[in-house]
Design a binder for this molecule. Structure first.
Ligand code: DGY
Length: 321
């Protein structure tokens, strides 16, 4: 009998075809996110799963899936997976690092430029028929060129963002839990500074750290108050790293000038406060969403699953036990 796997959300046909060479595949072509009860029921007789960030893998779920041996996330972030619970249940967990760095870095620049130059606000004005003609002081924005870019997290994606900044002749400062090797600092032309210094100096603060309990509300009321009133905040990392309530308040009061956001607390439920604000650019978690990159992510996750369940070594095993 073939090994059984579940693909929890809609994926590309070539990914299903590849998995079907090895496994008996149950898929979810309707793409409806599975609630915890349905996910547990569907996984109860499976050996493996291709999962996404809408699937929570934790101890209660694992206790109901005695045959499960691998969960392979189609994402580099894996805060939807309790690694400790996986280790105890001897379930391998994998992610998809590397393949989405450039695309996510590109989209960070979409957010930086759109927020600094108030593009979505200006477009709404035009679409609503409010434009009465050219005005000297219309939609005055922030210059990106020669500005100071502050990067939280100079990992793979942070480095891509820094390298793209060179063309804008920016000053680049960064903060991270530890300094990156000098070779990387030089390649990125980035200078390490303390968190407070970054917040106080940067015209554009952009976040590229993975979510963890230590990174929860890394940017809250206090941090926003340290930023320049002319500065903008960009987040294409994970919801929960920024305190959304504090950010909405800061955007309302003009503590900072604007924000560009691809991720939110409690996705997909957006805090309605964001919708009332003009000085925020909003995107529905699409930073890695180019056709080529999403295919690479899904394929890499599938390769991890095949390796895990055929006795190989998954290329992106998160926590060997
Ligand atoms: C990731 O890979 O973690 C992205 O957020 C998924 O879009």
């Amino acid at each position: 009998m073939k090994t059984k796997v579940l693909v929890t959300r809609e994926v590309f046909d070539e990914v299903l075809e590849y998995l079907s060479q090895y496994f008996d595949v149950t898929s979810n072509p309707s793409d409806v996110p599975l609630d915890p009860e349905t996910l547990a029921a569907k996984l109860s007789d499976k050996q493996g799963a291709l999962i996404t960030l809408s699937d929570r893998i934790d101890a209660p779920l694992l206790s109901r899936c005695p045959n499960l041996r691998a969960v392979c996330n189609i994402a580099v972030g894996y805060n939807n997976v309790d690694l400790e619970a996986c280790r105890k249940a001897r379930v391998m967990a994998t992610n998809t690092p590397g393949v989405l760095d450039d695309t996510t870095g590109d989209f960070t620049w979409v957010l930086i430029l759109a927020t600094a130059r108030r593009l979505t606000e200006a477009e709404a004005h035009l679409r609503n028929g409010q434009w009465e003609g050219w005005k000297l002081k219309q939609f005055l924005g922030l210059d990106v060129h020669h500005a100071t870019l502050g990067i939280f997290g100079l990992g793979r994606i942070g480095q891509v963002v820094a390298r793209r900044a060179v063309g804008f002749e920016m000053k680049i400062i960064y903060h991270d839990v530890r300094r990156v090797p000098p070779k990387i600092e030089q390649a990125c032309r980035a200078t390490f500074v303390a968190k407070e210094e970054l917040l106080g100096q940067a015209d554009i603060v952009t976040i590229h750290v993975p979510y963890s309990s230590a990174a929860h509300h890394l940017i809250g009321k206090q941090e926003l108050e340290r930023m320049k009133p002319t500065a903008i905040l960009i987040n294409a990392s994970r919801g929960g790293i920024v305190d959304d309530v504090a950010l909405i308040e800061a955007l309302r009061k003009g503590t900072i000038a604007g924000a560009g956001l691809d991720v939110f607390e409690n996705e997909p439920k957006l805090n309605p406060g964001f919708l009332e604000l003009k000085n925020v650019v909003l995107a529905p978690h699409i930073a890695s969403s180019s056709k080529a990159t999403r295919l690479k992510m899904a394929m890499l996750a599938a390769e991890n699953l095949v390796a895990a369940l055929t006795g190989g070594s998954p290329p992106n095993l998160l926590d060997p036990f």
